[in-house]
Each structure stands twice: as C-alpha cells, then as structure tokens.
Design a protein around this ligand. Structure first.
Ligand SMILES: [Zn+2]
Length: 176
C-alpha cells in the first residue's frame, strides 16, 4: 500500500492507492475500505495523482494571458500582483500608515486603487485607447463598465488568432 494523499490536501482523511485504485478508510465500523473515485473508473494513473492536488482549487481567469505572454518574468509577476490588487497603490500604503493621501497622482480625481490604475484612471484610459488603436483593434469593449480582468478577457474575444491573442497580451502587459 502506498499513501499518496498529501497532508495539505485532506488532513482529516487518508486516501491510498490499492493496486491501481484510489481508496479511502471506511468509517462504517466493519473495517475495510471504500473506493474513492478520483477518475470515472477509479483507476490510478500519474495524471489522476497529479490532478488530485488541485481538487477544490480555484481557477484564476488571468493565468493564461499572463503566463503565456512574451513578456519578461518580472512584468508577469507585476501584472499578477496588480490583478490580485497586491501592488502598493496609495490606498494600500494609506492602510499601512505609509502615506497620508490616497489620491491618484496621475489624475488627482479619485483614490489610487489597483482597479483605478489598471482601468479607471483617465490617464490609463488614454494609454489603452492609444495602444488598441495602434495595434488595430477597432471598437474595443468599454473598460468603464467592468473590472480590468473582465475587460482584458473581452478584448481577447475579438476574433483573434492564438498568436494575435498572445501579441495582445504581451502589448497589454508591457504597457503597464
Ligand atoms: Zn487616476
């Protein structure tokens, strides 16, 4: 018997591999085991073991545009942090007692939040407009009606090929 269930996956139960099947302990009082079906036929494979690590995990919508783009790694990390609202914008610095003002330094009209910097700021909107006009995307969706990630996903659904999507992703990331 080989125990393959990592402790962080499900610390209260153990799932083990018996032969070529996933099994867990039986709590009915008679001993034995019940079969855990990680795959439709409960057959073990390296893929089923690998996929078991992601049970219950949440899918990040921006993963593909960010990590598949032709941008330097530091740009990808910055974009990932920005979309997760983990960059040090004025509102965040203010929460941590690092600054007294939360006003955006670009437009001086609203609070500087990650969402504002990515798409709500008039300065940023001008940059997106210039970029999209330059690369030939006509009638892009309005960024004012949605959050940045939803806007970016809509931009990618403009009938572009895979290479064009990758180019768009790279351009968006390098503009930040
Ligand atoms: Zn602004």
């Amino acid at each position: 018997m080989t125990s393959l269930a990592p402790s962080r996956f499900n610390p209260s139960r153990s799932t083990s591999l018996y032969g070529r099947s996933w099994r867990g302990p039986f709590y009915g009082g008679r001993g034995g085991h019940h079969q855990v079906k990680w795959t439709p036929d409960a057959t073990y494979s390296a893929r089923s073991a690998y996929n078991m690590f992601f049970q219950g995990s949440e899918r990040f919508e921006g993963a593909k545009p960010i990590w598949k783009a032709w941008a330097p790694l530091k740009v990808k990390f910055f974009m990932w942090l920005a979309i997760r609202r983990r960059i040090w914008t004025a509102d965040r610095r203010h929460r941590h007692g690092l600054t007294g003002s939360t006003t955006c330094r670009l437009c001086h009209q609203e609070d500087e939040t990650a969402e504002h910097l990515l798409g709500g700021c008039t300065f940023t909107k001008q940059i997106w407009h210039s970029l999209l006009t330059t690369i030939g995307i006509q009638n892009p969706p309005s960024i004012a009606d949605q959050d940045f990630m939803s806007w970016w996903i809509l931009l990618r659904q403009q009938g572009l090929s895979m290479q064009q999507k990758k180019g768009l992703d790279t351009a968006v990331m390098l503009c930040l």
